[in-house]
Each structure stands twice: as C-alpha cells, then as structure tokens.
Write a protein that binds this ligand. Structure first.
Ligand SMILES: [Zn+2]
Length: 500
C-alpha cells in the first residue's frame, strides 16, 4: 500500500488525468470505437483508495489558508475516483453499447450519434418528428442501465463523501453554494422575460418550422431550431472557422498562435455532434473539438468552445494542478464561453462579417438571442426538475415526475418524459450553466460600461479576459461577481438581456 504526500499525489494524478482525457478525446471524436477508461482507472487504482482519501483529508485539515483549497480539490478528485473505480466497467459498457446502437432509418441503419446529429439537418418537418421518435425508442432501451448507474453512483458518493443527501452533497462539493436560491433567481428572470419571449417564440417557430408545425413541437426539433437552419445560406459551414477566428482576432486573441490549443474540426461518422473542449494538460495541451453542420449554431458553438480553450490555455503554467485543470464545478469557465458565444447576439457582428443590411443583421441577431433565451429557459426548468428528482430520490428512486411538464411549459417545446434519464447531466451541471448565464450578463453589463458597446470587437475586452485566464480555475464565479461590483444572484442584467 503506497500512501502519497500531497505533492507526490498531485504529480501522479496529473499523469492519470492526461491519459484519461486523451482516451475520452479519441472516443468522443470517433477515432476509437470502444472506450477503455476502466483499464486506465485500474492502472492508477492506487490513487483512489480509502486510505489515500483519509491521508488527503488529514492534509487538508492541517493545511494553512493558502494551501487548503488546492488540497481540497485533490481530495475531491480522489473521492470521485473511488466512485469511478467501482463504476468504470459499467460506465464503459454503457458508453460502448451507445456507440454500437443503431437506429433504423430509411430502410437502413444509422449509428445513434449520427441519427442525433441528423436531427439538426433533416429539412422535412414530418421526417424530423419521425426520426426523433426512432432515436428516442432506441435511446430508452438503455434506461435500465442508466437507472442502475445513477443509483449505484449516488450510493457510493454518499458513502465516500459522508453526505447521504444528493443536494447537500453537491452544494458542499461546489464550495458551499446553495442550489435553491439559484433556481429562485433564474425563475425570476424567466418569469419576467416571458412576455417578451412568447411572441418571439411564435414568430421563430413559424419561420423555422413552417406551417405544418405542431402548436407545441416535440423536442425532436430542438436541434433544428437551435441551429437556425433556414439562415444556413448566410451562415455557411465553410465560413464558420475563418469568421470565428477573425472575431477572436478583434478581441486580441490569435488562435493559431496559441501553442496549447489543438483544434479538431473534421467530420467523422462516430464523432459526437456536440462541440467540446478537453483540457488534457493545460496550458500546454487543450483540445478544441467541433463538428460543423452549417448554420449560425456552428459559429456560436465554435465561439463558445474557444472561450473554454482560451481560458485553459491562458492559465499561468506555474499554477498547481488544482488551479490549472481541477475545479469544484464548471461555473467559472462557462462565463467565458457564454460571453464569447453571446457575440452572435450583436447586430454589428452580423453586419460586419456577412454583408447584410442593418435590418437583416438585426433580425439575425434577434434569432441568435431567441435561440439563447430558449436554451436558458430549458436549463432553468431542468434545474427545477433535477432538484426535485434528487430531493425525492432517497425515498422514491429515479422517477420522471415533472420533467415533461416543467420543460414544456418553460420552452413551448414538448420534452417527452421518456427522455428524462438521457437528458440528465452529472453533478447539477445545469446549476453551473445558470450561474454562468447570470455572471456573463453581469460581465457584459460591466464591459458595456467600461469598454463600450463595441466590447465584442475591442482588444480591451481581450486584455481584461487574459488577466482572468492567468488565474486558471482558481477563482469562484461568485468572486468574479464581487470584482465587477455585483451581487452573485443579481439577475437584473440577465433579465435586461433576455428582454432586449
Ligand atoms: Zn461550455
């Protein structure tokens, strides 16, 4: 039995994290057909033992104020690793079964992920509805595995953390952030922006879905709506990378000159359609992965992921692992991605890059803001559902109650109850997104005041962000609020943006 000191532990955890991230990357981008995370976890099993966890707990208790947070993040990673070690084989099995799943379509078969990707590009309304149903039918066949993994993970996490209650456990892990007040704050913003949202929704649903649409269209159409597909002739697949690179250049970021950022923009059948960043070894190795399909959403997705990539690749290399790659949650890094993707809501940006009239530019910026609002409303409803789901979980186990009702009422899109397990993110990620939504609006309000209304094409914005990026994952999103003079749950800037 090897018990490691904090610095020995950090070094080995660093090596483990790089291997694990590289494995996740190759599966995610479709270079590998099977996930072998379990083998990596097994090789580093000595990192994830109860004895090592106790040793880290003791080191955390003995640490001075300056060191405690870094040790706490190592301890939380150890805790999570103990759980993952137990579940890695079953989680791999589910991941591999999903990779192998096929959806019958047009007398042929599509990999599940390709079928999901096709929902964003299938132009015919009725065919999209049918494909959505076919995807759901295949996806739900994995619900028993999803349920048993959720249940097993909850029990293990409760045991290893000492918090049996899933909500209290997550709040502790996020550093003492309370989840209900976040829900209350975003509910306020949602309710106050509903009178502006409802007519915009009818306008865009008519325009994007056509006359045959259901009054409340099913979620099979969500990706098509979000992609703003009818604007595709303006926002081509080919222009997305050069336009986004030029957009970043105006902010003072030269993506090609960032040595740590590796881009993967290729199209492969098993590549997940969701863009992502995998920070394998920041700031030296950060993967920016997108799969362009045509449409304005490609631009938003690229700018969003560029926000993450620049954040990770911009950190001080001298920071400890705890502040380069580890974090308690994702609420900080999502501020930067939300800020950059919100540039698509600026009419001036559309006019500058796409040779549009002012009227067209304003209309398309409105489309982008509508799509963002729709997503915000979905996530606010998702957090409400997830809080209820996990609050009743210890007594009822996993149940779909409230999923369809809440999400449908918030968005005007029908999210079928049967999809609730596939739509569940670990660790209340929805709350992290929502904190970032609130914060990005506060940062935009600050930038408009300090830099000007052209903050989105001003190198002063980049300079300000670069200073924050240097600090890596260390600050909390609540600390960022304090620095720019806002209460963490002040939703006035967000409400103003949603009703703009
Ligand atoms: Zn993100």
């Amino acid at each position: 039995m090897t018990l490691r000191t904090v610095s020995e532990y950090e070094a080995r955890l660093d090596a483990f994290g790089i291997e694990r991230a590289e494995e996740a990357r190759s599966v995610r981008v479709g270079e590998k057909e099977t996930s072998e995370q379990a083998a990596i976890v097994a090789r580093y099993a000595d990192l994830f033992t109860r004895e090592q966890l106790d040793a880290l707990r003791a080191a955390e208790a003995a640490a001075g104020d300056a060191q405690r947070e870094a040790v706490a993040r190592l301890r939380l990673t150890c805790q999570d690793g103990i759980v993952t070690r137990e579940l890695a084989e079953d989680e791999d099995a589910l991941e591999n079964a999903l990779l192998g799943a096929r959806v019958p379509w047009d007398g042929d078969e599509l990999p599940l992920r390709s079928a999901q990707a096709r929902l964003a590009v299938e132009p015919d309304y009725a065919r999209r509805s049918a494909l959505g149903e076919a995807v759901l039918a295949v996806s739900t066949t994995f619900d028993d595995e999803r349920r048993s993994l959720l249940t097993a993970r909850n029990a293990l996490e409760g045991d290893v953390s000492g918090f049996a209650d899933p909500v209290a456990r997550s709040e502790d892990e996020k550093g003492g952030v309370l989840l209900r007040p976040i829900l209350d704050a975003v509910d306020t913003a949602r309710v106050e922006s509903t009178p502006a949202f409802t007519p915009a929704r009818e306008h865009w649903f008519d325009r994007l879905l056509g006359p045959e649409r259901d009054e409340v269209p099913p979620s099979a159409h969500a990706a098509w709506i979000r992609r703003l597909s009818p604007l595709e002739s303006t926002y081509t697949k080919e222009a997305s990378v050069p336009v986004c690179v030029a957009t970043l250049a105006r902010l003072g970021f030269d993506l090609a000159a960032e040595p740590g950022i590796r881009t993967d923009l290729d199209d492969r059948p098993q590549k997940s359609p969701r863009a992502c960043v995998i920070p394998s070894d920041p700031p030296r190795l950060v993967h920016l992965i997108t799969r362009a399909q045509g449409g304005l959403h490609d631009y938003e997705a690229f700018l969003h992921e560029a926000g993450h990539a620049l954040h990770y690749a911009g950190c001080d290399p001298a920071l400890p692992l705890a502040f380069r790659r580890l974090s308690r949650d994702h609420a900080l890094t999502e501020i930067y991605s939300f800020l950059l993707d919100s540039i698509s809501g600026e009419a001036g940006w559309h006019a500058e890059h796409f040779e549009l009239t002012d009227g067209e530019a304003e209309e398309n910026a409105r489309a982008a803001r509508f799509s963002n609002t729709l997503l915000f409303r979905r996530y606010s409803a998702k957090l409400g559902f997830e809080l209820d789901f996990w609050s009743r979980f210890p007594t009822t186990g996993p149940t779909a109650d409230g999923y369809e009702e809440r999400l449908t009422a918030a968005t005007g899109v029908r999210y079928p109850a049967a999809n609730h397990l596939a739509d569940m993110d670990a660790g209340f990620y929805s709350a992290d997104y929502l904190r970032a939504w609130i914060r990005a609006a506060q940062v935009r309000s600050y930038l408009r005041r300090e830099v000007g209304h052209d903050w989105w094409r001003n190198a002063e914005t980049g300079a300000l962000l670069r200073d924050l990026f240097r600090e890596g994952t260390r600050p909390t999103t609540e600390e960022v609020a304090a620095r720019i003079g806002f209460d963490p749950l002040d939703v006035a800037p967000l409400t103003a943006d949603l009703t703009r």
